[in-house]
Design a protein around this ligand. Structure first.
Ligand SMILES: [Zn+2]
Length: 100
């Protein structure tokens, strides 16, 4: 089964968690998203691949929760900003001079 689009994942997160996320509120959901990013860094520092996989999944799940609360279609927003090229230099692969 490979129809695992970001759109479908965001819809799954809405079905599973929208009621709870609405009660929790956007501020707490944003804190959870930030917290999961810290946990990914911890897993990376430990060199723990299994944990890293879990944390990236958590990050995507919380990002979807935030997008659901904000009424943002994540997949559409991502493709809109990054259609095929780097949005700054318009090249693929990116040719931007600055690595920052
Ligand atoms: Zn670029």
């Amino acid at each position: 089964m490979r129809n695992h689009s970001i759109y479908n994942f965001q819809k799954l997160m809405k079905d599973l968690y929208y009621n709870r996320d609405s009660k929790r509120g956007i501020d707490k959901c944003l804190l959870w998203l930030q917290s999961e990013q810290g946990e990914l860094i911890d897993a990376y520092m430990e060199g723990h691949t299994g944990k890293m996989e879990e944390e990236v999944a958590d990050i995507l799940a919380w990002l979807c929760s935030v997008c659901n609360l904000l009424g943002i279609d994540l997949e559409t927003a991502a493709w809109k900003k990054y259609p095929q090229n780097c949005p700054k230099c318009m090249s693929n692969p990116c040719n931007c001079e600055n690595l920052n």
